[in-house]
Design a protein around this ligand. Structure first.
Ligand code: SF4
Length: 179
């Protein structure tokens, strides 16, 4: 016998009646549940990302299974791995090619702060070249942590205009010389 039980629908979500909402909330909800990540994976943290995409953790449950390898069709830049200083301008170029609204996730210690590679050649955190919205700690972070990062980006995605027009975001773009 099947052990699957059908749960009760939340109150107010079925039966006769109607909902009132606003267009920006509907758009925010759609955007939140269909984020298209661009995986910028350079080393071991990328392997954890592969596990996050695979069947056990299955990022598709959060609407983010459609990866984009074109910055023009992505809204979340996920940076995973060690970023050499020489790659900084490349990363910034990728970010600049993304349309607004866009978000950035630094996955793991290397992307967040250079990690254990406190050397002349490694960028000590991607926030030296682009604004970062969510930092995921760990070396490497577990898939659960990467999923937690996606959930935090989803939370931000419900109100993209609020963030985009904020003084802080504009200050960060100006600081990095991004128009
Ligand atoms: S944070 Fe750790 S696991 Fe991730 S890329 Fe750096 S060294 Fe590798």
């Amino acid at each position: 016998m099947s052990e699957v039980k059908i749960g009760k629908a939340p109150e107010g979500s079925e039966g006769p009646g109607y909902f009132l909402t606003s267009l920006d909330k509907i758009v925010g909800m759609a955007r939140e549940n269909s984020l298209w990540p661009l995986p910028f994976a350079t080393s071991c943290c990328g392997i954890e990302f592969m596990a996050t995409m695979a069947s056990h953790y299955d990022l598709a449950r959060f609407g983010s299974e459609r990866l984009s390898f074109s910055p023009r069709q992505a809204d979340v830049l996920m940076v995973m791995g060690t970023i050499a200083k020489k790659m900084g301008p490349v990363l910034k170029h990728v970010y600049e090619q993304m349309a607004e609204p866009r978000w950035v996730m630094a996955v793991g210690a290397c992307a967040s702060s250079g990690g254990i590679f406190d050397t002349y050649s490694v960028l000590q955190g991607i926030d030296k070249v682009i604004p970062v919205d969510v930092y995921v700690p760990g070396c490497p972070p577990r898939p659960e942590q990467i999923i937690d990062g996606i959930l935090r980006i989803q939370h931000l995605a419900t109100e993209p205009l609020k963030r985009r027009s904020s003084e802080e975001y504009r200050r960060q773009l100006a600081e990095h010389g991004i128009i």
